[in-house]
Design a protein. Structure first.
Length: 367
């Protein structure tokens, strides 16, 4: 759990008494609201699969729009899975683990392994010295300039929108999640194997019902819609204009939550389908708050409302962000590299002239 993952050295260095009292009021889950969310998320998802079965006999083109809608409901199922992983969906840990495991199978994600990885994400978000687990690959400008040509090519490929939001989600949920992490424990490895066996049984049954070609087309469509939406949400939540990143010695938990996680202000319908996860600054401040209390918590404290929202239109700027510029403390695109190289070259020339050097040495990376 995130509460266990965040150590004593990672606690907020700022005065946290005010917001801690506010978030504590919203950390209590409601059995009725959690149960209703399961019904209004899972029941439509199952119903859509049944409708797909009925209409695919007429035409597969009638089933595909239903698969897209099923993908939207799968995002809501993932939010339930996500909250169970934080121990916030139910008061009972056992109930969270059971529902989380079952929802994880539907989402093609092993519950315990994901929970372990995601707790590390919460404990290190916004920390430049602890990148690499449960986050999107992000290099600093200096790291990119010092990287080999192969690493630069791989990074540019990984940050390409078509790869990041179409290919990567399918790879993540369909392939990568089938394997256990070397650093994971026995419980995490077991959850991967359990999920794989359950998925094999589910896929075999649906292939028998639909036929393997139709099932694969529909399942991949559902996963692509849900996965792409999920990766986009996660991306915008931590890669936006004005985002917070610091080195370990300056890193602050509260600042990383309120400034390093976005308030993604979505239209009501999209907010509903995404399970209020747009209030990500509140979620990172207190992962123990169930998704259905996040908006209330945001409105309860003036400090939270000072967080500048990212709207659907302004979030499009995030497409251009590729690197973290430590000198300017902001995300930049690859186009900014030319200006940065020229700046550094001018600085080197100025330094060389100041020292009276006749032939200043240029860094090969700045050519």
């Amino acid at each position: 759990m995130i509460d266990d993952a965040v150590g004593a050295n990672d606690q907020p260095r700022s005065d946290a008494s005010g917001w801690k009292q506010v978030v504590a009021k919203y950390q209590q889950s409601s059995v009725w609201r959690s149960g209703w969310q399961i019904v209004n998320s899972l029941a439509p998802y199952v119903a859509l699969w049944y409708l797909m079965y009925l209409v695919q006999a007429i035409s597969i083109w009638l089933a595909l729009p239903l698969a897209v809608l099923a993908g939207a409901f799968l995002v809501r199922v993932f939010i339930i899975f996500h909250d169970c992983g934080h121990g916030s969906f139910f008061k009972s840990r056992k109930a969270n683990d059971i529902v989380g495991t079952l929802a994880g199978i539907i989402c093609f994600t092993p519950y315990y392994q994901w929970r372990w990885e995601h707790s590390l994400h919460h404990a290190t978000s916004g920390d430049l010295d602890r990148r690499g687990t449960g986050d999107i690959w992000t290099l600093t400008v200096q790291e990119y300039l010092e990287a080999s040509r192969w690493k630069r090519f791989a990074y540019r490929l990984a940050r390409n929108p078509a790869v990041l939001f179409v290919v990567a989600p399918l790879f993540l949920f369909v392939i990568q999640q089938r394997f256990a992490f070397p650093r994971g424990g026995a419980r995490e490895r077991f959850s991967v194997h359990l999920t794989n066996v359950a998925l094999l049984g589910m896929a075999a049954g649906l292939c028998w019902i639909f036929g393997w070609k139709v099932y694969l087309l529909l399942q991949l469509t559902v996963m692509m819609v849900a996965g792409s939406a999920g990766v986009w949400l996660f991306y915008v939540q931590h890669q936006f204009e004005g985002v917070y990143w610091q080195r370990r010695e300056q890193w602050d938990y509260a600042q990383a939550a309120l400034q390093g996680s976005s308030f993604y202000k979505l239209p009501r319908l999209l907010q509903w389908f995404s399970g209020n996860i747009g209030f990500h600054h509140i979620h990172h401040l207190s992962p123990r708050i169930p998704n259905y209390h996040l908006e209330k918590c945001h409105k309860a404290e003036p400090l939270f409302q000072t967080v500048k929202p990212v709207t659907l239109s302004t979030s499009m700027k995030s497409f251009a962000f590729r690197l973290w510029d430590e000198q300017r403390h902001k995300l930049v695109g690859f186009r900014a590299l030319k200006a940065i190289r020229l700046e550094r070259r001018s600085a080197l020339i100025g330094t060389a002239r100041h020292l009276g050097a006749k032939r200043p040495h240029f860094d090969p990376d700045l050519r």
